[in-house]
Design a protein around this ligand. Structure first.
Ligand code: ASP
Length: 435
């Protein structure tokens, strides 16, 4: 008996997390529909608690994960490498991610993905007080915290990002200090943060093992209250995201390759393998060896891609950016019954671009960052609220959305790397891209 129990638990742990969450979505939806059909619109408090625990776990991890991953991300680029190649690569990575968010937001405005949640009207009335006429200057100067501790305690995301990026960049300089004592201390600090980030990632993996249960309960609540018709909203979210991914490949990557004078056909012939690998593994990091092999085959100098591709797998997430644009709109529209104000869209573009730096290249990381972006625009995923239910809906289809966004993330790394290599003369003369 004991052995079977262990066996079952192990089988649960071994089964792919994202499929488990998808199964959680289906079970939760079926349970919710049955409940609604039998006239039950709310779950008993003790079952509902399992959903609340899940949203609390998510909220718990946001700030620690930003601090850890941004300090490590910013300090792992050595200043020596941030020469002419590094700065250009980072800029093109950030620019394409920002364009990604804008494409996502545009598509969201066209498709208006949203679900009709039962008590959304009350929420909309509550939100009506917010006129969105944000003072732009205030938004900008408030990025600079007056007290780092209060930013952390109040979970003011943008201020935390600002300070941790500064911290990480200074750390990267200290790591190569001529003063041996400082260099050693900086290296130790880096290792401590590296380890802290690994611990956070381990906690996230643990939370994700619990996610199927949390998602099932949250979804059951949403369906019990709202009936089955909201499922259609998820199809709209998926279609909007995938159209965004396709537009980004054709217009942004196609455009960049053309501008930099790179032959498109042989490029995409080589990019196919990392694209498919990323689609299947849902991990930019996991795809890295395949992306590097593609860069090598394309004739990019190792000096460039050995630096820019690992960096891209960590900080360049165009697919994730598009997904953030579509999903933030979905959440706001679903919960507050309105679209996004201009100020909010500007804020989302900034936050989601910065969030892409802190998104690890592993399956499902973008969904955690979505919670962070929502927190950043002042609409946190609070437990036992409509927004938690709407977020659970998105999380339920994350496996599908993640496939497309990871494939795009990786293609973006390869495109930007090849363009910068061509521009700075780091493409081998025999490259298929030049013939
Ligand atoms: N899975 C994505 C990647 O590895 C990150 C994300 O979840 O958005 O690039």
């Amino acid at each position: 008996m004991e052995g079977t129990k262990k066996g079952l638990f192990k089988a649960y742990l071994d089964f792919n997390v994202l499929y488990k969450i998808l199964i959680g979505l289906v079970i939760g939806a079926i349970a919710g529909i049955i409940l609604a059909a039998s006239g039950v619109t709310a779950l008993p408090a003790w079952i509902s608690m399992f959903g609340t625990i899940f949203t609390r776990l998510l909220k718990m991890i946001i700030i620690p994960i930003i601090v850890g991953s941004l300090v490590v991300g910013a300090s792992s680029v050595s200043p020596a490498n941030v020469g002419k190649v590094g700065i250009r690569v980072v800029l093109i990575y950030l620019a394409t991610s920002a364009i990604g968010v804008i494409i996502g937001l545009l598509l969201a405005n066209i498709f208006q993905p949203h679900a009709e949640l039962a008590d959304a009207v009350a929420k909309a009335a509550a939100a009506a007080g917010k006129d969105g006429s944000t003072n732009v200057w205030k938004v900008i100067y408030e990025i600079v915290p007056t007290s780092v501790l209060s930013s952390l305690v109040n979970e003011t995301v943008l201020q935390v990002i600002f300070f941790t990026l500064l911290f990480g960049l200074c750390l990267s300089f200290l790591k190569i200090s001529k003063d041996e004592r400082i260099a050693k201390a900086a290296q130790t600090t880096y290792e401590v943060f590296d380890c802290l980030t690994e611990i956070m990632m381990k906690i996230v993996r643990g939370i994700m093992q619990y996610a199927p249960i949390g998602v099932a309960v949250l979804i059951a609540e949403v369906f019990a209250k709202n009936g089955a018709q909201i499922a259609g909203a998820l199809v709209t979210v998926t279609v909007a995201c995938f159209i965004g991914y396709a537009i980004h490949i054709v217009l942004v990557y196609g455009g960049l390759l053309k501008i930099f004078g790179i032959k498109i056909k042989p490029f995409f012939k080589e990019a196919r393998t990392p694209f498919v690998t990323a689609f299947v593994t849902r991990s930019s990091n996991g795809t890295l060896p395949t992306t590097m092999a593609a860069a090598e085959n394309l004739g990019v100098d190792k000096e460039v891609y050995a630096f820019s591709l690992p960096l891209g797998a960590t900080i360049n997430m165009d697919g994730t950016a598009i997904y953030q644009g579509v999903c933030t709109f979905f959440l706001v529209m679903t919960v507050y019954g309105r679209g996004l104000y201009f100020g909010e869209m500007a804020m989302i573009t900034l936050l989601a671009t910065l969030a892409s730096i802190g998104t690890a290249g592993v399956p499902g990381a973008g969904a955690i960052m979505l919670a962070m972006v929502m927190q950043g625009i002042g609409m946190p995923i609070e437990p036992a609220t409509n927004i938690a239910g709407a977020y659970a809906l998105i999380l339920g289809i994350d496996a599908i959305l993640d496939m497309g966004r990871t494939a795009l993330n990786v293609t973006g790394d390869l495109t930007c790397t090849t363009c910068i290599a061509k521009k700075l003369g780091f493409l081998r003369e025999d490259s298929v891209l030049l013939k």
